[in-house]
Ligand binder design. Sequence first.
Ligand code: FEO
Length: 393
Amino acid sequence: MVAIKVCEDVFWVGVDDKRDILFEGLWPIPYGVSYNSYIVKGSEKIALIDTVDKFYANEFLSNIEETVKLSEIDYIILNHLEPDHSGALEEVIKKATKAKIVSSQMGINFARSYYGENFETLSVKDGDVLNLGGHTLKFITAPWLHWPETIFTYRRPQEALFSGDAFGTFGALNGNIFDDEIDVRKYESEMKRYFADIVSHYSQFVLKAAEKIKSLPIKILCTTHGPVYRKEPNYPIELYLKWSSGVDERKVLIVYGSMYEHTAEIAEYLEEKLKQKGITVKSFNLCKVHPSFILPELIDSKAILLGSPTYEAATYPPVSNFLEYVRIKNVRPKTFGIFVNYTWGSNIIEQLKNKLNEIGMKVIEPTLFIKGKLTDEDKKKAESLVENVTKIV
Ligand code: FEO
């Protein structure tokens, strides 16, 4: 991609990442992701806001040089130090020799630990302002979005908020960077997945940051991942607020692993019975779907039915793995039902109950421990579970 003018004296100089990789080594990105970076040209000083993944350093340097000479850059503002936004710094500072690295003190400490001592720094606090000549950049601390050092940069005039990871989305831009050039609603599922996978652990900090910026006029929202919002800058902010606030829908999630379709048979029976009650149900087989695509559905589901076969007298590894994601992502307390299928293995219901209680989840009765294929008696018990779940949702 090439440099693109955002508004007077502001240019997008980012890149798309469309490699077949896992984001953070964990999350599938079938539609890629963008790393957005911006040049702000004042009459006296020039600032670069954030960089990109080091894999794209050459393309990035070439984008910058379409707008300014690297040697002319006075400030490199790092809103967030995660290497998808700071990785190209090493290459930038080889040529931007007079640039000072501007970040929170913690951000500067992180920059030193990654990139050494070979640059000057300027540590900024909440409310500090940098004058570029005709433009001011105000720094707003917004910790834990999504690391502890994070800040927002707010530019005047033509009020633009550079918000780092906050309000971002998965999905490469493919040459169209503005929200009015694309159907942003098509990004919504990828945005929710990005929120669930990357930011949701810090939902309380999304709410705090939103409170902090709510009185600021924002004409252009420039995140580090996804479109630049100049038509509807509030659109992603409102979605993030909704997802962070924890409002459940009348929806049940069925999540299970299955080796030989017996656990799947129970899942299908539960799904059918719940749907007959008029409840929205989403069902995922962990042997086929990465947890990255399930976590967003957890955000607004009122209850989850979790199914596992016994495996070596323990929980089936894809199910344990999923619960580890639930733990690590700090998912709000939810109600779980449990169904287990076995042939000869021991009863793992207690293991699952303990694990769920440990991560703050409530377990609803009856739990189902089913040998082989579903019997009529099993079906009755499954219907009783469905009845109790229906009362909750
Ligand atoms: Fe896009 Fe937390 O880095």
